[in-house]
Design a protein around this ligand. Sequence first.
Ligand SMILES: Cc1ncc(COP(=O)(O)O)c(C=O)c1O
Length: 348
Amino acid sequence: MIELRSDTFTQPTDEMIQAIVEAYHQGRLGDDVAGEDEVVNELQEKAARALGKEAALLVTSGTQGNVVSLLSQTRRGDEVVVERRSHTFLFEAGAMASLGGLFPKPVDGVRGYILPETLERAISPDNPHYARTAMVVVENTHNYAGGTIIRPDQVDALARVAHDHGLIVHCDGARLFNAAVALGLPASRLVREVDSVQICFSKGLSAPVGSVVAGTREFIHEALRTRKKLGGGMRQAGIIAAPCIVALEKMVDRLKEDHENARLLYSRLAEIEGLLVDEPETNIVFIQLDNFNITAPEFAARLRERGVLVYGEYGSRIRFVLNRMVSRDDVLYTADVISEVLSAAGRR
Ligand SMILES: Cc1ncc(COP(=O)(O)O)c(C=O)c1O
């Protein structure tokens, strides 16, 4: 099957599995709740350096990283400005509200980017009628907007407005390295002005499990307590950290291949008359089926019959996430299948 549902389906590499075994044989695993797992400590130091932050902390998932970051830097009843189609707002089971007592304030972005003037308007006055606006979240790349990149000058401009008003800036960098590679910049440049950042190793970077949050030592000190509350304190977590180190050191540059494949898929799909295709900036391509006599679930089912997996639950939009398990030939085959399925469905 050609797996285009998400880059989270990537399997670990042989080197990652080898790294787990070696960590065990070298006696480097320890109890991470006691801070004694050498591999976790190594990952945290390396991730902090890569992100240009003082310290980092291993967490179980991107969602946990975002929740830890939000809860560690706010008080119950605070308001958090989020982009309307962001992961933190839509896809984290309402955790900021249910676990943190936080009030999400969704605003429209432009290709996923919250304009500084939009943020400025969203900040509530310091008046007892309003919740205190405490934070803004930047998602980079922005998944639902189509893997779009928030450029460093855009992040800086948003952070300037946020900081002028005393807000904390958190970056949901689940796919931050996709943005960095596409721009040819170090990831640290993209988060220079943000206070906290979460990155995932288990998406395009192919590690089986794990994310880190990074920021100041003070933030990480508090994040450690929040992670514990959420049940994220782990023991011999080096078996998770070892593949993450491989992901960080060996898998970043190859994201370029996923971006090239996304462009190839785009260029083929753009030739299909009537099909609306978003031009990709990284590894995600969205199409819209509005002009064809086929629903998204039917489209996903037709593709599955031909060996191509996509989610069919995003309304009339279909997302293709290019990843290490999908080759150039797979892309060409997928484009042909899509063309045939749409031609059989007919135009609306
Ligand atoms: C932008 C974004 N943020 C956060 C997450 C959450 O990561 P996880 O699935 O590891 O909880 C995802 C996962 O798909 C994501 O796409």
